[in-house]
Design a protein around this ligand. Structure first.
Ligand code: AMP
Ligand code: GLY
Length: 423
């Protein structure tokens, strides 16, 4: 079977790396891909949201399965585009349709879904410019810190956590009246603040059945000790060491099953990944967010722990036959450390030659933001390489990654030296 992966990050390289090992694969294409995906498949120069170009590539290359990496094309309706096209409608797409992608694309949609299906989450109210006064009043009923979330996609920047009531009111004005995040903040969800430790669970579902992938914890802040600006993710560990079987059973009962059952009750067709961001406080679990895709860099630790043929699972999901499959996982831990460009997550330069990739031993350097220029691998994004390793413990996996991190260099390279510090 010929397969197309949409995306260009470490997540897509990790998926491509795994799918390339499948006996069921004939040819693998990645659009647009990066210097790493080029090693395991064929890159196609396509803009992710140019659905006509995707269509052309699918027909020309006889693609029989499409896997969508990032949320943007899903929220913009790539799956619907396939279903509505005579030539594409029988090509399964892994990634939900536009309506269901609102689970990530609209915070209010996600909150309403959780409340409708009794899935534990923070209390909330949502506001628009029309009832901004009610928003100020609602803030007065809460205690600090105040959590303000832009309803729509805001490139990971739409959540503000503020200590001061006046500051929270000012930010609400900025978001609703002054469109701080454009259309994304034309509605704002104000939430109860939750304390605890965060972790993520992932399922692959065909809308009725599901398989649970390994859990993971990522490190979003740029600085050691979880300080500084938010990034896409500076590293990850899988499985989450403090996630006991009992706790996992609780997540399954209180969150995963009601989520999948909720899709059925609401008549929401859902084929793809559900990424569930959770917070754990004194044994109680609450959902912070849903994403309609896999996480990045979580995928770079979750996928390597899958023993089963990943493509076989994806095909089954696409054919709505996931109930016929089980997933086999490795017993190891995996961790990844992200090498990023100097300056990231603020302004940074691209095009720096990356040295030392060939010297990497017993780790997998997943490419995130890389490309080939004049025959050389160069940086092409904020997050550049995710160095993933296995270990019998997460500590040993981390040690192995850090050994190899030291061998890779490019001008301005930065990484966190303390991934897993809190575990
Ligand atoms: P989200 O985009 O909804 O995942 O929010 C981004 C980050 O903000 C989360 O990973 C949490 O660290 C934090 N956060 C979101 N909602 C809450 C909340 N209700 N209480 C505390 N922290 C939160
Ligand atoms: N690493 C967080 C995300 O993919 O959203």
């Amino acid at each position: 079977m010929n397969v197309l992966i949409l995306g260009s990050g470490g997540r897509e390289h990790a998926m491509a790396w795994k799918i390339a090992q499948s006996k069921l694969l004939n040819k693998l294409f990645i659009a647009p891909g990066n210097a790493g995906t080029k090693e395991v498949g064929t890159n196609l120069e396509i803009k992710l949201t140019d659905f006509e170009a995707v269509k052309k590539a699918v027909i020309e290359n006889n693609i029989k399965l499409v896997i969508v990496g990032p949320e943007d094309p899903l929220v913009k309706g790539v799956h619907d585009f396939f279903l509505n096209d005579e030539k594409l409608k029988n090509v399964p797409v892994i990634g939900p349709e536009k309506y269901a992608a609102q689970l990530e694309g609209s915070k209010e949609f996600a909150k309403e879904f959780m409340f409708r299906h009794n899935i534990p989450t923070a209390a909330y109210e949502s506001f628009t410019a029309e009832n901004i006064e009610d928003g100020y009043k609602f803030l007065e009923t809460l205690t600090a810190p105040y959590v303000l979330k832009a309803d729509g996609l805001a490139a990971g920047k739409g959540v503000l956590i503020l200590e001061d009531l006046q500051e929270a009111k000012n930010e609400l004005t900025e978001m609703l009246a002054n469109k701080k995040f454009g259309e994304a903040s034309s509605k704002v969800v104000i939430e109860e603040f939750l304390t605890g430790i965060e972790l993520s669970c992932f399922v692959l579902t065909d809308g009725k059945s599901y398989v649970t992938l390994p859990s993971a914890k990522d490190y979003k802040r740029i600085g050691e000790g979880d300080k500084g600006l938010n990034t896409g993710g500076m590293g990850a560990v899988s499985p989450v060491p403090f996630l006991t079987d009992d706790l996992m059973a609780k997540i399954e009962t209180q969150v995963i099953k009601p989520t999948i059952n909720g899709f059925q009750k609401d008549n929401i067709p859902y084929v793809g990944f559900v990424f569930i961001g959770l917070i754990l406080d004194k044994g109680e679990i609450k959902v912070i967010e849903y994403n309609c895709r896999m996480g990045d860099p979580e995928t770079e630790v979750v996928i390597p722990l899958i023993e089963s043929d990943f493509l076989e699972l994806l095909i089954a999901a696409g054919n709505k036959e996931l109930h016929t499959k089980t997933i086999k996982l490795k017993k190891d831990s995996a961790c990844t450390v992200m090498l990023v460009s100097g300056g990231y997550p603020e302004a940074y330069e691209k095009g720096k030659e990356i040295h030392g990739l060939d010297a990497v031993e017993n780790s997998i350097p997943f490419h995130a933001g890389t490309t080939i220029k004049d025959g050389k691998v160069v940086t092409n994004g904020g997050r550049v390489i995710a160095v993933t390793s296995y270990g019998d413990t997460f500590q040993n996996a981390l040690k192995q990654s850090y050994k190899n991190v030291d061998k890779i260099c490019f001008e301005g390279v930065n990484f966190r030296k303390d991934i897993g510090f809190d575990l």
